[in-house]
Design a protein around this ligand. Sequence first.
Ligand SMILES: [Fe+2]
Length: 188
Amino acid sequence: MTEEWMECLPELGWLEDRELRERCAEAFAQACQEGGWTPADLDLIPMTLGFAHAPSLRTHIRAVACLARQTYETLRMIHQGDARLLPDYPTLLAGALLHDVGKLLEYARTPEGGYVFSTKGLLLRHPFSGAIVAARCGLPDKVVHIVATHAREGDGSPRTVEAQIVKKVDLLHFESVRQLLADAGCNA
Ligand SMILES: [Fe+2]
């Protein structure tokens, strides 16, 4: 099962801790099963229903994981490895990978092949449903915290530095894509 998800999301392989890696894969597997998706559907589900022509959820998850890793590597290089100035890498990466796992419960496919908010998604946005899945799969509280607080639901409450980074790189990819599509004349 983990191997199947490693193929879908190779960035899972950056998690050296086997248990953490397996718990992340389990969270994707459970959300997929509950939402009625297969791993291949991650290439079809849009990253957002907020604008047209959005890249897939898989592309977005991978982009956020890569941006989080690059942020970590930049801080490590610039701060010359000063541990006081480094976020916790496994927590950051697991949170980046899982931040939108709840979208597998928030979205549903219509008989015509479109994508809409699911009945559950209208009640529980993905930060809530994703945090529930992550907690159920035994992810550490620091990772569940990132999933729960990465969007506006977390505004007004304290965020760990790892949650701050995921929130910002998530927005970086989201806003960049939206603006680039708009600039390209797409219906964004
Ligand atoms: Fe996201």
